[in-house]
Design a protein around this ligand. Sequence first.
Ligand SMILES: *[C@@H]1O[C@H](CO)[C@@H](O)[C@H](O)[C@H]1NC(C)=O
Ligand SMILES: *[C@@H]1O[C@H](CO)[C@@H](O)[C@H](O)[C@H]1NC(C)=O
Ligand SMILES: [Ca+2]
Length: 231
Amino acid sequence: MKIVSAFFFLLSGPVGSLAQEDLERKVFIFPESSNTSHVVLKSTSQRPLTSFTICLRTYTDMTRAHTLFSYATKTNDNEIVIFKTKPNEYNLYVGTGDVIFFFPEKVAMKPSWEHICMSWESDTGLVEFWLDGQPLPRNGMMKGHRISGEASIVLGQDQDSFGGGFDINQSFVGEMMDVYMWDRVLSDDEMCLVWGNRVPSNPIINWRALTYDIKSYVVLKPSLFSVCRAA
Ligand SMILES: *[C@@H]1O[C@H](CO)[C@@H](O)[C@H](O)[C@H]1NC(C)=O
Ligand SMILES: *[C@@H]1O[C@H](CO)[C@@H](O)[C@H](O)[C@H]1NC(C)=O
Ligand SMILES: [Ca+2]
């Protein structure tokens, strides 16, 4: 389905059907730790993946480990997971592999949003991890692997079964926006564009036309991103 420009558009059907909406300048707020609150996303593609890129932006003061993005298949609940273990460490899972990306702790004068892009390609197994528009040293895993396109995709919780099995101690608390996925590895120029809030072509998860379903206590609100910037 192609949406040209819609602010709010309901796929036909009764209560419980998924909304598709342009969420530009909006955020999902996950107000508290829970083993229920999450957002379900639908990809526009069901084809198997031999590469992908996932990008998103978060705003949180959490220090405990938490899950941002969880892509479970019928055979593997950790098929793709973006898990932040510490303020300066991300753990990324693909298939039965995982890699850790460390970076220097930010010495921030004020809280700030964090933008990440993660990509993986089957041919080489290489994983790219871009933090605020900067690539970290590349890592690799699961060379030759193929990812099923039939997935349950969840924000803010780690699935330990297809669509459920959440652990309150791995839940996300904070704000999240600009969630995208592509079925390819973006070029370096494209990675920079996403950081700057532009959208490279053909995302299979598209914040500007997002098919999603809020479960339990997650609130959709306008971003407070730049309210006082011009003062
Ligand atoms: C979820 O949390 C509630 C209390 O907060 C608890 O009673 C319940 O057992 C938990 N469920 C799971 C699956 O952990
Ligand atoms: C979550 O962490 C708290 C504090 O460490 C612990 O008491 C509790 O048992 C944990 N809950 C689960 C479901 O693991
Ligand atoms: Ca899991």
